[in-house]
Write a protein that binds this ligand. Structure first.
Ligand SMILES: [Mg+2]
Length: 431
């Protein structure tokens, strides 16, 4: 059966939500930023984009390009709440809805077309529902035989677009298309392809499979298919995602910190955030990774694998702290990150020792209270002085609270250290 996939991309999502709730912002150049001193623009309204303001710029760059710009500190719960309500609208048209990011979703409408006459009719109904519920929010919709082409379609017309890509048009459309228009080919991959003399999908399609495989491995084969507009990946509804490979959080600090006690407190806070997400998803993990980014953006990542699966925040913290003190602080730190990998699901073990059973009961009670009254409502005394970042939400946010940080398969290793150097222009966002 011929598949019909729809990709919905909300236009300037965070900025539009802010303009929706605050009429004083409407029609004006607005940039949504984090509350942190070193924050970057996460979304600019179309009025601000006209001045050249883009995602990823610092607020100073944005102000220089667009002096009348209004900077608004992002409100994560407002966006996640709007996202949930949008998904509720999509689900009225098909049960097969995949939340791809906070402002994007794929819908498999193959089975719903007969009910609503046509794919285009469904798109119009969804646009109308969004207008009715949210007034000023608009979306760009792409309709195509697969996810890759649907996403390409929604990218082609913004804002408020509707683009239909038919199978018979695919070849003509793809031939001159630059390779970086394909979802999954970022600037790094693009550079590799340019090195090989490949800039368009047409050239990628004709490239030798051996050369591509040699350079990119198995993904090289996928690139060749993508260049022909071929993509068989299914739309995966919430709850049916593959298991997470790792769960992590990081925070960029307001000021560089070299005080170990303060850093230890940040590590405890991050361990609790990671632990909470692990427990919510029913996960436990054996590998803890600590990331420190120094003042000069030099980034050090160290991990340690232990014998037992952990989901208690305190256990994660103890491993992360051990890693922290095993190393030496070279410079003041600007970013701290904790993640847990080597995960397993549904580890229903009853602790053998009384002390562990007590710890489990205490954790459970804390989780229940925090679920009900908000994160960190009950926590360790040390964290009453915790770091408050009115966070900028990660683009990979999912409604079930589990983020697929790293989908590469990790080989379990005893202990490895990796050091990477990150370019300063690529400022990390708080998650
Ligand atoms: Mg968008």
């Amino acid at each position: 059966m011929k598949r019909t996939i729809m990709h919905i991309d909300m236009n300037a999502f965070f900025a539009s939500v802010e303009q929706q709730v605050n009429p004083a912002l409407r029609g004006k150049p607005v940039a949504v930023i984090g509350s942190n001193e070193r924050t970057v623009v996460t979304t600019a309204s179309y009025e601000a984009r006209a001045y050249g303001v883009k995602t990823g710029m610092t607020k100073y760059e944005a102000q220089r390009l667009c002096p009348p710009i209004i900077l608004v500190a992002g409100d994560t719960s407002r966006y996640t709440d709007t996202c949930r309500r949008l998904v509720g609208i999509y689900q009225q048209y098909t049960p097969v809805v995949e939340v791809y990011s906070i402002d994007e979703a794929f819908l498999d409408i193959t089975g719903s077309i007969l009910l609503f006459e046509s794919a285009v009719a469904i798109a119009h109904c969804i646009k109308e529902d969004i207008r009715r519920h949210f007034g000023r929010l608009t979306c760009s919709v792409g309709i195509a035989p697969n996810k890759l082409l649907a996403k390409l379609g929604s990218d082609m017309k913004k804002p408020d677009g509707l683009v239909i890509i038919q199978q018979e048009d695919v070849e003509r459309l793809m031939e001159p298309l630059p390779v970086n228009a394909l979802c999954g080919i970022g600037s790094r991959m693009e550079k590799h392809l340019i090195d090989m003399g490949i800039t368009t999908c047409g050239e990628l399609k004709r490239a030798s499979i051996h050369a591509l495989r040699g350079r990119f491995g198995i993904i090289g084969e996928r690139f060749k298919l993508m260049a022909q507009g071929i993509d068989t990946s299914p739309v995966i509804p919430a709850g049916q995602e593959p298991d997470a490979k790792s769960v992590g959080h990081s925070m960029t600090l307001d000021k560089d910190v070299s005080d170990t006690e303060t850093l230890e407190r940040h590590i405890l806070q991050l361990s609790e955030m990671v632990g909470r997400r692990l427990r919510r998803g029913g996960y436990a993990g054996r590998t803890v990774t600590l990331t420190l980014r120094y003042h000069d953006f030099h980034t050090v990542t160290k991990r340690n694998t232990v014998g037992l699966y952990m989901s208690h925040s305190i256990d994660i913290f103890l491993v992360a702290r051990e890693i922290f003190y095993a190393g030496r602080l070279r410079q003041p730190v600007r970013l701290v990150g904790v993640s847990v990998s080597n995960l397993t699901k549904h580890l229903a073990q009853i602790p053998l020792f009384r002390s562990d059973r007590d710890k489990q009961a205490a954790t459970r009670a804390m989780d229940e209270i925090n679920n009900r009254y908000g994160d960190f409502c009950i926590t360790w005394g040390t964290l009453t002085e915790r770091y408050h970042h009115k966070g900028v939400i990660s683009p990979s946010w999912r409604p079930d609270g589990i983020k697929y940080v790293n989908l590469s398969v990790q080989k379990p290793k005893r202990k490895i250290d990796t050091v990477t150097r990150k370019d300063g222009s690529n400022a990390s966002r708080n998650t």
